[in-house]
Design a binder for this molecule. Structure first.
Ligand code: PTJ
Length: 250
C-alpha cells in the first residue's frame, strides 16, 4: 500500500484489530482519534522537545528504585513488543491497569503481552488501592504500581496521573496533547505518538544503561518539563496555521 496516509491507516488498523480481539476498548478508538488530530498538527514527527523528554525518561527509569510500566488497551494494541522490550531491559514488570474495567480484557492484554515477548505481566488486585482515586484504576498490583517509585503511564487519564503524583511517585507519560491534565501533571511528558516514541525509548534506555548513575541523575535534573510543554504547544499552534501539502488532505 503506498497511500500517503499509510502510517496513520496502519496504526488505525492495529487499533481496530485490537478492539476485535477484545484488547482495546471502543472508547480507546475515540481516544486515538483525538490523539491523531494533535499528531496531524505536529507534522507527525518526533520533535526535539519529545526527544529530550525521551532521554530524560530513559535516565529516570534507570535511576529508579522500582519502575513499573502500566499498560492499557491502546498501548497494548500499538506497542506490545516495545513495552515488553522495555520491561526486559529495565528488569521491571508490566502491569495491566485499565480505565474501563474488565477482567476479561485484562486477561487478554496479559496474554497479548506474553505472546509479544513479555516475561512478567501483573494484573490489578482488589486489596491494593491507590489513594486519591475513584475509577477502576485505583486497584493496583501489590508487587507492581503499589510499590513503584516511578510509573510509566502512556496514554493516561488525568485523574490517575494526579493520584500517582500526590502519592509521591514520579510519572512518565506519552501524550500527544500537551494541554491535557496528564501532560501537565506528569514529571516527564513525551508529546509524541506512542508508535514513534516507544521504540525510541527502548533505544535510549539500552544506550544509557551503561552510563554512570551521576550522568543519569544529571540528565533527569537538567530536564525541564514545563519548557518541553511550552515548545509542544507552540509547535501545535504553528501547525494549526499552516496549510498542509496535498497528500495531507486525505
Ligand atoms: O484501555 P483503557 O480502558 O484503560 O482505556 C484507555 C483510554 C486511552 C481509552 C483511556 O485511558 C482514556 O480515555 O484516555 P483519555 O483520557 O482519552 O486520554 C488519552 C490521551 O492520549 C489523549 O490526550 C490523547 O490525545 C492521547 N493519545 C491518543 N492516541 C495517542 C495519544 N498519545 C500518544 N500516542 C497516541 N497514539
Amino acid at each position: 500500500m503506498n497511500h500517503p496516509r499509510r502510517a496513520s491507516l496502519l496504526t488505525r488498523a492495529m487499533l481496530t484489530e485490537g478492539a476485535r480481539q477484545g484488547i482495546t476498548s471502543l472508547d480507546g478508538l475515540i481516544a486515538h482519534g483525538r490523539g491523531e488530530a494533535f499528531d496531524y498538527l505536529l507534522g507527525e514527527k518526533t520533535h526535539d522537545f519529545a526527544a529530550r523528554a525521551i532521554e530524560a525518561a530513559a535516565a529516570l527509569f534507570l535511576v529508579a528504585r522500582r519502575p513499573v510500566i502500566s499498560v492499557n488497551g491502546n498501548a497494548a494494541a500499538l506497542v506490545s513488543r516495545e513495552l515488553a522490550a522495555l520491561s526486559k531491559v529495565l528488569g521491571s514488570p508490566l502491569e495491566v491497569n485499565l480505565f474501563h474495567a474488565s477482567r476479561e480484557r485484562e486477561d487478554r492484554i496479559r496474554d497479548h503481552l506474553l505472546s509479544h515477548g513479555a516475561a512478567q505481566v501483573l494484573l490489578s488486585q482488589r486489596e491494593f488501592v491507590l489513594p486519591y482515586l475513584e475509577s477502576n484504576r485505583r486497584f493496583v498490583n501489590g508487587q507492581g504500581i503499589y510499590l513503584a517509585d516511578v510509573v510509566f503511564v502512556p496514554l493516561e487519564d488525568g485523574d490517575r496521573c494526579e493520584a500517582l503524583i500526590r502519592s509521591g511517585r514520579k510519572v512518565v507519560t506519552i501524550d500527544l496533547n500537551p494541554l491535557s491534565r496528564t501532560a501537565r501533571k506528569a514529571s516527564i511528558t513525551i508529546v509524541d505518538n506512542i508508535i514513534r516514541a516507544a521504540p525510541l525509548l527502548v533505544d535510549r534506555v539500552t544506550a544509557l544503561a551503561s552510563e554512570p548513575r551521576s550522568t543519569l541523575e544529571r540528565l533527569v535534573e537538567n530536564y525541564d518539563n514545563g519548557l518541553a510543554l511550552r515548545e509542544a504547544e507552540a509547535a501545535l499552534r504553528s501547525g494549526a496555521d499552516f496549510s498542509p501539502p496535498g497528500s495531507w488532505a486525505d
